[in-house]
Design a protein around this ligand. Structure first.
Ligand SMILES: [Zn+2]
Length: 331
């Protein structure tokens, strides 16, 4: 397990304390100073890829964990802390999550702003000796990212550009190879196979989406998660909310979206797996008041893969589900 009883006890104490501050404190700067000193006092086992135990990798979302498993196969144990169906933009870690993170050899997160409540903590944790923490986002070229609002915020939903997911695969391969050199060839082989599957997925998605007539190539979703998808597949995208779905849509947002749908005779709008559907239902009702029938498409997966054991519990299955759902509603 890599932790003796005294460490487990102190981790529990720290986790409780941490949770208290996550609820009470609005000062991330305080956490940034406070956490490293506590972490320093708690020595976990050092990473090892040659001992009798497997390297433990903890990821934030199931989607990140899926990519990492594609690269590692069964040479490492890979888990994730944010349950499927919960919104990673607003997810606050539990004491159990903190304990899982601190007992892992390697921590991997999506980054560039997705896990807003966790990123600063993970970045600071990664500065501790013997801790290996990295994000997928840091492996992407800046020029390939989409900037929003005042040009300073990055849209974190890069996984909907399949080429960027492929680049993230290479980043994981490189980082893990440097940390676990004994498995470098195995990682290279697995990553190459996965990148090939991603290339096939992109060809398939393009062919499927081409069934949608030009005037209907508009994807309306609850939050702005599909800009990379739109840019990749020549689909206009529009979200009711911004890139982080923290705020409720106002009356103005709903009525402007209703106007847009009625004027452009758009056939369907979509809800998302981890977000409430009521505002989009109000949009559909608003369109009906103007005599325009808009169907409410099946749920799309925006920020995470589906629950374990479902066909959407991995990136490829999630992406295919989304494409089929979009094509069925708009073609
Ligand atoms: Zn999102």
């Amino acid at each position: 397990m890599g932790l003796d009883n005294s460490n487990s006890t102190s981790i529990f104490a720290f986790a409780s304390f941490f949770n208290f501050f996550m609820k009470k404190s609005t000062a991330p700067g305080f956490l940034a100073l406070f956490i490293p000193s506590l972490l320093f006092l708690m020595s976990c086992s050092s990473p090892s890829d040659t001992g009798d135990k497997k390297t433990k990798i903890i990821c934030t979302t199931g989607m990140v964990a899926d990519l990492v498993k594609q690269v590692t196969g069964d040479v490492a144990t890979v888990n994730h802390v944010i349950p499927s169906g919960l919104d990673p933009h607003t997810y606050k870690p539990t004491p159990q999550n903190i304990s899982e993170i601190m007992s892992a050899d390697i921590v991997i997160y999506s980054g560039i702003g997705l896990e807003a409540k966790l990123e600063e903590i993970l970045e600071n944790y990664g500065k501790q000796d013997g801790k290996f923490v990295f994000s997928l986002g840091e492996g992407l070229p800046d020029s390939s990212l989409i900037y929003v609002e005042d040009g300073h915020s990055v849209d974190p939903h890069f996984w909907f550009d399949i080429d960027l997911w492929s680049k993230a695969t290479s980043h994981v391969e490189n980082e893990l190879s440097s940390h676990m050199p004994a498995f470098q060839l195995e990682f290279a082989d697995r990553a190459a196979k996965y990148r090939s599957s991603l290339s096939d997925l992109k060809d398939w998605a393009r062919t499927e989406l081409n069934q949608i007539p030009n005037g209907q190539r508009v994807l309306v979703t609850v939050h702005d998660a599909f800009s990379y998808f739109g840019a990749s597949f020549d689909v206009q995208v529009r979200g009711l909310l911004g890139i982080s779905p923290e705020l409720d849509a106002g009356v103005q947002d709903v009525s402007s979206l209703v106007d847009f749908l009625v004027q452009n005779k758009i056939a369907a709008v979509f809800v998302e797996e981890s977000l409430p559907t009521r505002t989009m239902e109000a949009v559909v009702a608003g369109c009906q008041n103007y005599g325009h029938n808009v169907s409410l498409g099946e749920k799309l997966y925006a920020d995470n893969v589906g629950a374990a054991g479902t066909p959407q519990d991995n990136y490829l299955g999630m992406f295919k589900h989304n494409v089929k759902t979009i094509v069925n509603a708009l073609k």
